[in-house]
Design a binder for this molecule. Sequence first.
Ligand code: GCV
Length: 652
Amino acid sequence: MAFTKCWLAYPEIRGCRCDAISLHTELTGETIDRAKAELAEGFKGLYGAALTEGDDITLALDMALDPEGYRLKAADGHCTIEGGSEVGVLYGVFALLRNLQTAGKAWAQFTADEEKAPSNRLRMLNHWDNMDGSIERGYSGDSFFFKDSEILIDVPRLTAYARMLASVGINGITINNVNVKDAASWLITDRYFGALQEYLKIFTPYGVKLYLSINFAAPMELGGMDSADPCDPAVAKWWADKAQEVWANLPGLGGFLVKADSEGRPGPFTYGRNQADGANMLADAVAPCGGHIVWRCFVYNCQQDWRNTKIDRARAGYDYFMPLDGTFRDNVTLQIKNGPMDFQVREPVSPLIGGLQHTHIAVEFQIAQEYTGQQRHVCYLMPWFRQILDFDMHTRPNGDAHVRALIQGAGNGMVAVTNTGNDENWTGHDLAAANLYGFGRLSYDTTLDPAVIAGEWLRLTFGNNEPVEKTLHRILMQSWPTYEKYNAPLGVGWMVNPNYHYGPNVDGYEYSRWGCYHRASFDGIGIDRSPTGSDYCHQYAPELAEMYANVETCPEELLLFFHHMPYNYVLKSGKTILQHIYDTHFEGAEDAARFYDEVVTLKPYLDPAVYARLEARFAHQKEHACEWRDVINTYFYRKTGIGDAHGRKIYE
Ligand code: GCV
C-alpha cells in the first residue's frame, strides 16, 4: 500500500532554491550512508539542490560527545555536524534538516549552534501487533510487520519507518504484542530468524534496536517442558540455551519485553514466585549475549469483585513491585505505565515511578489513544506527557525527584505504545502523527515545550503554510483539554464502553471484574483513596500523600480519583461538582464543533486527500462529543434530579 512521507516530506522552502550543497566526510559505514542519503533527499526537497562533494557541510566524530549526541554549527553557508558516534552524526543530520525547515531560510543565511545529548538512554516504541496482521488497540489499519503468521518484509515501508524513528531519536522497537499469541511465541525460533535478520539490516543502521515480546511460558509452549517455574534450574537452562540460539542468529537484538502475570498471561505467580524471580532468571539467561529484559509492571487482579470496596486496583503495581526494589539485575528495566490505572485522560503519576530507588525504570506512555479518542478524535498528548515528566515525586530528599530526572541514566527511559499501522498516512488521523513525532522528540529532550514540538511537526509536515500552521497548532494545543472536558470528570476515568473503550458508557465498568469503578451514587461520586478508604495516597512521599489525602489540597483535576465527594461540593471555581460536570461537557462539545468549523476553513490550503480525511474525522468528533456530553450529563441529571443552572438542554 502507498504511504505518505509524514514529517519527512521535505517540502520546498519557497524562494530559496539553489543548485548544489556540498558535503565532505571521511567517515564511512552504513549509518553514515543513511545520513548522506538523508541530506541528499532533504536538500533536493527543500532547495531543489543536488548534494555534491565539497566543504559546505562536514560530518565528523567527536568522542567527547555523548554517544547519541551531536553538535551542529552553521554560518555563512558552512556547517559542521559532529556526533559522539555515527548514530550521533545521523541525529545531527536530522537536526540540521529540521532546523532548516523551522527557520525557513536560504542555505547561505542559515545559522545554528546547538549541542545535544539525549535526556534518556531508552527511547522505545512498543507495537501491539499480532502475527495475524491485526493490532491490539490499533486504530490506523493493520500491521506492517505481520500478516497470516508471516513476517512482512516491505523494505520501502520499513525503511521509511526506520527513518521516521531515527529522525526523532527513537532507538528501540518491540515489534510484536505483549500479549504473545499464536505464532508469535515462535518468533524466537528458526521459523522466523531469517526474516528478523532482514529487520536487523533495516533498523540497525538507523540506531534502532529490535526487541521481541516473549511468552513467559515458552519453555512449555516451545520446549515441551511441564513447567515454566523461574526457580527451576531446567527452566533457567532452557532460557539460557534459547538466548544463545537467538543471539547467534540475531546479533544486535536488544532483548525481550515481558508481560507476565497480567490479564491472563503466564508468569512467576503460577509457581509461587515473585516478579523479580521471573525477571532475573531471564536477565541471567540473556546477559552473556548482551541482552536486556524489559519487564512490565502492569500486574493487578483483573478478577476483582466490585462489591469489595477494600481492593483497589490502583495500589497493585506498587504493592507488588516496591518490596522488590534493589533485587533486580542490572540488565532489567521495569516498565511502568504513567499512571496507576491504564492510560486514562487524567491520572496521577504512578507512585512506583518515584518509589523505586535502586531499580532501572522506564515510564510507559500510550500514543495509541486507546482511551483518548482512538485516533478518531484529535488528542495531542505531549502537554500531558510533559506534565508527567515535570512532576516532582518528592522521593529523593537530597536530589531531583522530578519524573524526568528519575528516568535518566543507564537502563532507564521512556516507552510508548505506538499508534502506527498500514494506513496510507500511518496514523489514521493525520494529526495523530504529531503524537509519534512528539513522543520521540520529548523522549530525546524532556525539556522541550510541547507547543514548540507541535509547531515543528506542522512545519515539517505541511511546509510553510501559515493558515494551516496557525489553525492546526491552536487545535492541537487545545485538543487534550477538550477531550478531557467531555470525558469522565475530575480524574475518575473509565466511563467508556467495555472492551472496545470507545464512546461513553458511564456504568460500563461499574459492576465488572476489572477494578475500574467510579462509585457514583445518588449523593456523590469518586473513590476514597485517602486513609479512610484504600489509602492508596500513602504510596506517595509524605508531602504528596498529605496533599492528596486532604480534599482542600488535592488538585481538583484529580479530586474524584482520590475522594468520594458530594455532588454539591463547591470547587474553587465557585461551582458545584455537578455544575462543573455540566459546564465542562457543554464546553467540550462546543470546542469540538469549533474545531470542525476551523478545519473547514483550511480546505483551500490543504492537499485534497488530507483535507478529506481531516474533515471526516473532525465531523465525527463533533458529533461524538455531543454523544459524550449528553450521555454523561443525562446520567448525572438522573442520579441527582438537579438540572443545569443555566437552563441548557439536558436529556431526560
Ligand atoms: C496489550 C489495557 C489494554 C490491553 C493491553 C493492556 C496492557 O488493558 O486494554 O489491550 O494489552 O492494557 O497494557 O497490557
